[in-house]
Design a protein around this ligand. Sequence first.
Ligand code: KG4
Ligand code: ZN
Length: 336
Amino acid sequence: MNILGIETSCDETAAAVVTDGRQIRSNVISSQVAVHRPYGGVVPELASRHHLELITAVVEQALAQAGLSVVDLDAVAATYGPGLASSLLVGLNFGKSLAFGLGRPFVPVNHMEAHLYSAVLDSREGSEAVFPLLSLIVSGGHTLLVRVTSYRDYQILGQTLDDAAGEAFDKVAKLLGLGYPGGPVIDQLAAQGRADAVEFPRSLLHDPGDDFSFSGLKTAVMYYHRQHPTTPVADVCASFQEAVVDVLVGKLVRAAERLGISALAASGGVSRNRRFRQRLAQETERHGWRIHLAPADLCTDNAAMIAAIAFHRLPAGSGDRLAVDIAPSCGLETVT
Ligand code: KG4
Ligand code: ZN
């Protein structure tokens, strides 16, 4: 079953072909980072215009790399939300039109569910996820702790009360004058800095709930930087990153202990962070738990995760899926 996935929820125009939900035949991503960099963040109007310009070529490239023509596709999938409305419209309508023209099923995909699934999208035999799974999705727009009992049954245990983890990386990088996107730059610089140079707050780490908060940490970095402009930026980055990682890993581990869940997963752009991956590996090894991490190129936005989860949604797609509209602010609760 060859499924074409399309992803345009933010600033990446992406298309991919995945066979049977596991085998990635192509994974094309056209990044608009350079377009948005001068503005220090994604400009929605520019993003949608670029999606429109790029989408046809990106889909053609995904088909060519997979060695397939459109008629070989068994279904077409595209992200319906959450994301930027004007960006979502491009990919969703392109996908619907293509499916309609081909007479193949159309599968609308929830971007957060696709991120979640990217952690277990592993074609090796014996590496399948076991349930229950405790999944942390840490992206530019979301920080979600989810208990997964099947790929239909999601219980959101906690989420951020203010900024998402990736948003904190991006905002801190901006206030330190490091450019956009912030995560990769801070990851690089932190490797050369001292994580114990500055004691930044670990918000909600010792709160009994599973929610997160990162805006106080961002503000603390801002004040520290104003008051101590000579502290090496690498030290500030390493200390900030350590605070984020302490909270993410600490709360994930504590929830796993409390719920008695021994299979963990992490996905989304921030799960690409090297310190996060290192700390998570240490903790899961110490506990004898299983950890599913998306490979680096599947952590950030991509269409392979869209095509892959669509395979699991296809049998349920008996209704009129072409009628599905964009849902810019939806969460995992809209998964059907
Ligand atoms: O999942 P994603 O591509 O987009 C959303 O759906 O939001 O995540 C993008 C986010 C950005 O905030 C970016 O700064 C962050 O992921 N990110 C990282 C790293 N690479 C990307 N954060 C920390 N360390 C990284 N290495
Ligand atoms: Zn994303």
